[in-house]
Design a binder for this molecule. Structure first.
Ligand SMILES: Cc1cc2nc3c(=O)[nH]c(=O)nc-3n(C[C@H](O)[C@H](O)[C@H](O)COP(=O)(O)OP(=O)(O)OC[C@H]3O[C@@H](n4cnc5c(N)ncnc54)[C@H](O)[C@@H]3O)c2cc1C
Length: 391
């Protein structure tokens, strides 16, 4: 049987591996010329841990992970106001929390395709679909540019992220399903070896209202940063570096230095969840952020992309004839929707903890984090934090 997967992000690659191992012929179409290096640090815990162990990805993720000692909140003079010890955070999350760059997670998923016997998987980078159809028991995708101009298969999988074109073409416009959370996030990596050395193994976050910046030093001497703020309703500057300088200046000299180093086109997008009444129709299904983005406030997007991709690949991989495709897609949604709805709800609940809006919320967050360092109650508080962000 044949599958077409649009999008070679984490969800698309994991689905492709599982289908390839089950004997399917899989075409993966990705618009970028190669793996994307746009990156930020992600905490990896929750359902993706078990799934990545099952599909052989976990050891690769462990190799690429960073050993984070603590998340330290600092004021604008750099003085620490609160600290979360990662070992305790990991213990509360059941012992397995990895911290790694999004592009490294994508590269691990790509490397895991080597497990698939040759000839079954075709990765088409730098190819843009121009049309999708799902009719008469066959799906088809037309492609711009060189050969092949058209792909046909038994199932079409939209793994093309939160702004999915497959969803737009076959399920309706984005505005119908996108639930903005009132925040905006940017992320990039810049060369700053002196700052990377000062950060050491700490993940440093600004303890500020309505906006926060996270900084982490990489092995390469670069610094990974993410910047998140509350939308005010005013129009944004046309270019992202100007917007970021306007929105984040004054949070301390290290943040100001990172703002100077902002590349021309950093990742810069609305923070939103994707809520759809159904994720599949006929022989088309969506997976990952395309149908079920939980947003960075839930902290599990990468983990859920792996677990969702593995589940979809395994359920489809178990069928024997093309007429069983619709049943497998319904089973996927039936199993996976409750997990996503839980993660989305706990993400929404965690917004104030991630980005306090009032002095009171800021004080409560400091208290919760300080309490987490006391030996007796750290486990209880740690569990509460994990529960509020991981459900
Ligand atoms: C700032 C930030 C911090 C985050 N922190 C965390 C965290 O701590 N922990 C965590 O687990 N998750 C985190 N996430 C979320 C996580 O990155 C995503 O949820 C996850 O990567 C989703 O994977 P995906 O494969 O579904 O989609 P994507 O990674 O978006 O992949 C989609 C792919 O499809 C391609 N594509 C798009 N359109 C087309 C098209 N028309 N044709 C062909 N290809 C196309 C794209 O180029 C891309 O390669 C964070 C996200 C952000 C923004």
């Amino acid at each position: 049987m044949r599958a077409i997967i649009i999008g070679a992000g984490i969800a698309g690659l994991v689905t492709a591996r599982q289908l390839g191992l089950a004997g399917w012929h899989v075409d993966v179409v990705e618009q970028s010329p190669g793996p994307r290096d746009a990156g930020y640090m992600m905490d990896f815990f929750g359902p993706g841990v078990e799934a990545s162990e099952r599909v052989g990805l976990y050891p690769r993720l462990v190799d690429l992970a960073y050993a984070v000692e603590a998340a330290t909140y600092v004021d604008s003079s750099g003085k620490a106001t609160a600290r979360l010890d990662y070992e305790r955070f990991a213990r509360a999350a059941g012992g397995k929390v990895l911290t790694l760059l999004r592009p490294d997670m994508e590269l691990a998923a790509l490397a895991a395709l080597d497990d698939v016997p040759s000839g079954r998987l075709h990765l088409h980078y730098a190819r843009r679909p121009t049309g999708y159809s799902d009719a008469g028991g066959t799906v088809a995708v037309d492609l711009a540019g060189t050969e092949p101009a058209r792909l046909e298969a038994d199932v079409l999988i939209g793994a093309d992220g939160i702004h999915s074109a497959v969803r737009g073409a076959l399920f309706g416009p984005e505005e119908r399903y996108l639930r903005p959370l009132g925040l905006r996030a940017a992320a990039y990596i810049a060369e700053e070896p002196a700052l990377a050395a000062r950060l050491g193994r700490r993940f440093v976050l600004t303890d500020s209202l309505d906006r926060t910046v996270g900084l982490y030093g990489l092995r390469t001497g670069q610094v990974a940063t993410f910047m998140v703020n509350r939308e005010t309703g005013s129009p944004h500057a046309d270019d992202a570096p100007t917007r970021l300088r306007q929105d984040f200046a004054g949070l301390g000299p290290e943040v100001d230095r990172m703002l100077e180093l902002c590349p021309p086109n950093p990742y810069d997008d609305v923070v939103a969840q994707m809520v759809m009444p159904t994720w599949h129709r006929e022989r088309t299904v969506l997976v990952g952020d395309a149908c079920s983005a939980v947003s960075l406030v839930a902290g599990q997007g990468g983990s859920l992309a792996i677990a969702g991709g593995a589940l979809l690949g395994d359920l489809l991989g178990a069928i024997e004839t093309p007429d069983q495709v619709p049943g497998a897609l319904a089973a996927f949604e039936g199993h996976w929707r409750p997990v996503i709805e839980d993660a989305q709800a706990s993400g929404r609940r965690a917004i104030w903890m991630f980005l306090p809006h009032t002095r009171r919320q800021q004080r409560v967050r400091r208290w919760v984090l300080r309490a987490a360092t006391l030996p007796v109650i750290n486990t209880i508080v740690g569990r509460q934090i994990v529960k509020s962000i991981a459900s």
